[in-house]
Design a protein around this ligand. Structure first.
Ligand code: CTP
Ligand code: MG
Length: 172
C-alpha cells in the first residue's frame, strides 16, 4: 500500500519534471552559454528606470534570452521525438521562462537588489510562473497539480543546481 502510493508520487514527480524541463533548461543555460558569448548585449540597452536603477541590468542579455529559448526548445524537441513532450508546449515553456526571468530581474532592480544578488523566491519563481502561465493561455490549461508541484519543487531544484554550478566553477 505504502509502496504503491510512493511509486505513484514518484512517477507523477518524474512526469512533471519532464514537463517543466524545457523551462528549467532555458533558465539555466545562459550562465553556461555566457562562457562562450561573453558579457553579451543587455536587453535593456543600458536604459535607467524612473527610480534611477537599470531597467533589467547587465545580467539579462539578448544572447542569453535567445540561447535559453533555443536550448529549452531543443530539449523539448528531443523529448517530443520519444513522445514525452510536444513542440508547441516546449517552445512556449522555454520562451515563457526567459520572459519570466527578465520580469524577475525587473522586479529585483525595483526592490534595489544588485545584479547577481540572491533575491529569495524572485530568482526562483517568476520564470516558472510565466512559463506555465503562457502555456496555460496559449497551449492548453494546466491542471492545478502542475502549478502546485512547480511552486514547491522549483525553488529546491534551483538552489541545488546553483550550488552544483558554483562547485564546478560555472557560477561565482
Ligand atoms: N544571462 C544572460 N541573459 C539572460 C539571462 C541570463 O546573459 N537573459 C546570463 C548572464 O551572464 C547572467 C547569468 O546568465 O549573469 C546568470 O543568470 P541570472 O542568475 O538569471 O542573472 P543574474 O546575473 O543573477 O542577474 P539578476 O540579478 O538580474 O537576476
Ligand atoms: Mg542570479
Amino acid at each position: 500500500m505504502l509502496y504503491q502510493s510512493l511509486s505513484a508520487v514518484l512517477s507523477l514527480l518524474i512526469k512533471l519534471i519532464l514537463f517543466y524541463l524545457p523551462a528549467y533548461v532555458a533558465n539555466g543555460s545562459p550562465v553556461v552559454f555566457s562562457k562562450i558569448y561573453g558579457p553579451g548585449h543587455p536587453i535593456d540597452m543600458g536604459i535607467v528606470f524612473s527610480d534611477g536603477k537599470r531597467l533589467l541590468g547587465d545580467g539579462k542579455t539578448f544572447e542569453g534570452f535567445i540561447t535559453g529559448t533555443v536550448a529549452g526548445s531543443v530539449i523539448g524537441l528531443f523529448l517530443a521525438q520519444i513522445g514525452l513532450h510536444s513542440i508547441s508546449s516546449s517552445v512556449t515553456l522555454s520562451l515563457g521562462a526567459m520572459i519570466g526571468d527578465s520580469l524577475g530581474s525587473f522586479v529585483k532592480r525595483r526592490l534595489g537588489f544588485k545584479r547577481g544578488e540572491w533575491a529569495p523566491l524572485l530568482d526562483e519563481l517568476p520564470f516558472i510562473i510565466v512559463a506555465l502561465g503562457l502555456h496555460h493561455v496559449f497551449v492548453y490549461a494546466l491542471p492545478l497539480d502542475y502549478w502546485i508541484v512547480a511552486l514547491l519543487i522549483t525553488p529546491v531544484l534551483h538552489k541545488s543546481t546553483n550550488e552544483l554550478a558554483k562547485r564546478i566553477g560555472l557560477r561565482s
